[in-house]
Design a protein around this ligand. Structure first.
Ligand code: CTP
Ligand code: MG
Length: 173
C-alpha cells in the first residue's frame, strides 16, 4: 500500500473514530436498554450505553463526514454525495457495532468498562459492513482491512489511555 492510500483510508475511517469517541464526553441520561435485563438475567447492554451517547456519536460522525466531504472526495467514492451518505451509514454502523459489542460482553458476563477485544474491533466491523454498499471495492481489499483493524486497535488503546490521563474517562481502556 502506498502512503496516499494509507492517508485516504485514515480519512475514510475518521468519522467512525469521532462517532466512537464523542459519547465518552456527551453520553448520559436514559440507558439504551432502558435498564432492562436479557433472558440470562444480565443487562441487555448495561449502563455504558445511553441514548444520548448513541445519538451524539452518530451526529458527531456525520458532522465529521460532512466536513471531510466539503473539502475532499476520496477515490473510494463515485461522487461527494455518495461519500457523505456513506459517512452517515458509517457513523450509524459504528454506534450499532458499539452497542452490539456491549451486548456480547454482557452475554459473556464482562462488566461495563472492563476491557475486551470487542471494544476496539466490533464498532469497526459493523461500520465497514454498513458502509459497504456505496464504497468502491479498494477499501475491502485484504491489505486495507488489515491496516484498518491494526491501526484502529492501536489508536483505540492509545486514545483511551490519554483520555484517562487527562480525566475524560474513568478507566484507561
Ligand atoms: N457512552 C454512552 N452511550 C453510548 C456509548 C458510550 O453514554 N452509546 C459513554 C458511557 O459513559 C460509557 C463511555 O461512553 O461509559 C465509554 O464507552 P464504552 O467504552 O463504549 O462503554 P463501557 O462503559 O466500556 O461499557 P461496555 O463494557 O458496555 O462497552
Ligand atoms: Mg469501554
Amino acid at each position: 500500500m502506498d502512503i496516499q492510500t494509507i492517508i485516504n483510508l485514515l480519512i475514510f475511517i475518521f468519522p467512525a473514530y469521532i462517532a466512537n469517541a464523542v459519547p465518552v464526553l456527551l453520553g448520559g441520561g436514559a440507558y439504551l436498554d432502558f435498564g432492562k435485563k436479557f433472558f440470562d438475567k444480565h443487562r441487555i447492554l448495561g449502563n455504558g450505553k445511553t441514548i444520548r451517547g448513541f445519538l451524539a456519536g452518530v451526529l458527531g460522525g456525520i458532522v465529521a463526514g460532512g466536513m471531510i466531504s466539503f473539502f475532499i472526495l476520496l477515490p473510494f467514492f463515485l461522487d461527494t454525495k455518495t461519500q457523505f451518505l456513506t459517512f452517515v451509514l458509517l457513523s450509524i454502523g459504528t454506534m450499532i457495532g458499539d452497542a452490539l459489542g456491549s451486548f456480547i460482553k454482557r452475554r459473556l458476563v464482562i462488566k461495563p468498562g472492563k476491557p475486551f477485544i470487542m471494544d476496539q474491533l466490533m464498532f469497526l466491523l459493523v461500520a465497514l459492513v454498513f458502509a459497504y454498499p456505496f464504497v468502491l471495492k479498494t477499501v475491502y481489499e485484504v491489505n486495507a482491512l488489515i491496516f484498518l483493524f491494526i491501526t484502529t486497535y492501536i489508536l483505540h488503546v492509545a486514545s483511551n489511555f490519554f483520555a484517562n490521563k487527562i480525566g475524560w474517562k474513568k478507566v484507561s481502556w
